[in-house]
Ligand binder design. Structure first.
Ligand SMILES: NC(=O)c1ccc[n+]([C@@H]2O[C@H](COP(=O)([O-])OP(=O)(O)OC[C@H]3O[C@@H](n4cnc5c(N)ncnc54)[C@H](OP(=O)(O)O)[C@@H]3O)[C@@H](O)[C@H]2O)c1
Length: 256
């Protein structure tokens, strides 16, 4: 491997991926393991995680499952510790990915719906990153990749709580980056467009209208995020912090 290619190598590293029981998180866990990282897969659906981890171990990867609800503040630090103990090494990469969507007009969204979205996408991501940062700062190195959304960069109808939570996560990314830059911890975000996962099913029936607003005229796949994910997680992104990378087929350029 030449010097540039080795920048992306995650051999010997460990990563924690929240929301790893499906979609982007599950794909990312497999992808990072494929590049040599040990991975901790966290989510609420333990049965799914156990099945995936069994597969990954059978394929020779180092992986563990951690049952975690990121809206349970008291559970976050123990989950991180459990992951480090199970992998047998400190974790230097957090993919802060757990998230939920709620699609409804602003005036109709119930307090429960708004709380669920903010508690998961913003408070959960905040506390997750806080725990990771505390541990990473002690070792003077680490990379946090927050999974935001193109909805956090541009307004979209019926996406008030979701879009606001992701816009706030982008702002949080920048503040964390500022505070942690001198301590060896980088914090960046990816803003995916429409990626084909379970979450995408929320848009059933209006796909053609959405496709018209995507210059590349196709929805993304979780694997379309691999390049940005690896760049930010690895030493290839060593001078990057506080950035937000849209991965959206150009959607953010032609929103309306
Ligand atoms: N798909 C898209 O078009 C798109 C676009 C932009 C951004 N994103 C973002 O990408 C991330 C992943 O979404 P996805 O598209 O892969 O959807 P997904 O398949 O529905 O995955 C969401 C993941 O989050 C986990 N999760 C939800 N609530 C949680 C909680 N309270 N605690 C722990 N884990 C929780 C789910 O696991 P459990 O249910 O097992 O807990 C699941 O693994 C989200 O942050 C989403 O906002 C997606």
């Amino acid at each position: 491997m030449n010097a540039q290619a080795s920048l992306f190598d995650l051999q010997g590293r460990a990563a924690f991926i929240s929301g790893a029981s499906s979609g982007i998180g599950l794909h990312t866990a497999r992808m990072l393991a494929g590049t040599g990282a040990a991975v901790a897969l966290a989510a609420r659906r333990a049965d799914r995680l156990d099945a995936v981890v069994a597969d990954m171990r059978a394929a020779g990867h180092r992986a563990c499952a951690v049952t975690l609800d990121v809206t349970d503040a008291a559970a976050i630090a123990p989950a991180w510790q459990e992951a480090e103990a199970a992998l047998g090494q400190p974790i230097g990469i957090l993919v802060n990915n757990a998230g939920v969507i709620h699609v409804e007009r602003f005036v109709e969204q119930s307090p429960e719906a708004v709380s669920r979205v903010f508690d998961t996408n913003l408070k959960g991501a905040y506390l997750m990153a806080q725990e990771a940062a505390r541990c990473m700062v002690q070792r003077g190195e680490g990379s946090i990749v927050n999974i935001a959304s193109s909805s956090g960069l541009r307004a979209g109808g019926q996406m008030s709580s979701y879009g606001a939570s992701k816009a706030a996560l982008i702002h949080l990314t920048q503040i964390m980056a500022l505070e942690l830059a001198g301590k060896g911890v980088r914090v960046n975000a990816i803003a995916p467009g429409n990626i084909e996962t379970d979450m995408h099913a929320e848009f059933a029936g209006i796909e053609q209208g959405i496709l018209k607003r995507i210059p590349m005229r196709r929805f993304g796949k979780p694997s379309d995020l691999d390049g940005a994910m690896l760049l930010l997680a690895s030493d290839a992104g060593r001078y990057m912090t506080g950035t937000v990378i849209p991965v959206d087929g150009g959607q953010v350029l032609s929103w309306m």
